[in-house]
Ligand binder design. Structure first.
Ligand SMILES: [Zn+2]
Length: 288
């Protein structure tokens, strides 16, 4: 009997399995695939969270350096804040900290989508060693639909903008919105009573960013416009964003309400809680 079995085994061509058995049945294969899918499903959110955390750390460090540059700038200029003019062309980069307009529509300047000179060569550039990388979030890969040639499919070169109330200028239009906006702009560091409560830089929502200024409508107390965003800060760090403040500190702030816009998280425009949080930090004089 043993001999017969051994003989029949030897008769098999090498590498083949005994008749009647296979490696996996279809069911077994499906079970394995399902288990892999479940494990991947558990891992992917953790991975994207880790990615967002890493980006928040990088952006935190970038904001810190940029913020330090802003503080050094006014110390060199008798407490006068860096000019924050909206959308000048490249020829006028001596009139602002950041020129250009990257978004299709409005004051679109196609060259500014990819050209870092629009801010590295502007008035604050030497204060941050003209390091273009400081103004781009590593996970901001958003591409605005409808970008014309030669910038078709290109992601914006910059993710960071400056609070309009930090010496927001109007040489090329009026960036300060709302009936009270213009009267509340800080011109000198000494105008800011609570530097730890007023932000200077933030990462702007890639579906909102255009020029170097992030605007906030500020009207009389009780006005509905006070409870919604105009330009929106980002929500790309796992529903949070980075902001740096006039005293030099940096925060990663998580929004209460975000929504998915095409592929990225954005703050809900009419989220009163989030808009009021943001505007209170855009200007210490803001009353909702
Ligand atoms: Zn970022």
């Amino acid at each position: 009997m043993l001999n017969t079995f051994a003989a029949s085994c030897d008769a098999r061509p090498s590498g083949r399995r005994p008749l009647g058995t296979t490696g996996f049945t279809l069911i077994e294969l499906l079970v394995v695939i399902a288990i892999i899918a479940i494990l991947a499903g558990m891992l992917l959110p953790a991975l994207s969270k880790a990615k967002a955390k890493a980006a928040a750390a990088t952006c935190g460090s970038n904001h810190k350096q940029l913020q330090l540059a802003w503080n050094m700038y006014y110390e060199d200029f008798d407490s006068r804040l860096a000019i924050n003019t909206n959308w000048p062309p490249l020829a006028n980069i001596d009139r602002t900290w950041c020129a250009g307009w990257m978004r299709v529509g409005g004051n679109f300047q196609p060259d500014s989508v990819t050209n870092e000179n629009y801010y590295t060569q502007a008035i604050m550039g030497s204060y941050f060693a003209r390091n273009a990388r400081l103004l781009k979030c590593p996970i901001d890969k958003y591409v605005q639909p409808g970008m014309p040639a030669p910038v078709t499919g290109m992601s914006f070169v910059r993710s960071i903008t400056m609070n309009v109330f930090m010496n927001g200028g109007s040489a090329f239009g009026n960036p300060v919105m709302g009936s009270l906006g213009a009267s509340l702009v800080f011109r000198r560091a000494t105008d800011i009573r609570q530097p730890a409560e007023n932000f200077v830089f933030t990462q702007e929502d890639p579906t909102s960013i255009d020029d170097g200024v992030i605007t906030s409508t500020i009207d009389a107390p009780g006005n509905a416009g006070n409870r919604s965003f105009n330009n929106r800060p980002a929500a790309t760090h796992a529903k949070a964003t980075t902001l740096s403040f006039a005293d030099g500190h940096v925060e990663n702030h998580r929004w209460n309400q975000t929504t998915l816009s095409s592929t990225i998280d954005v703050p809900v425009t009419a989220s009163a809680t989030d808009a009021i949080w943001f505007k209170t930090r855009a200007n210490e004089n803001f009353v909702p």
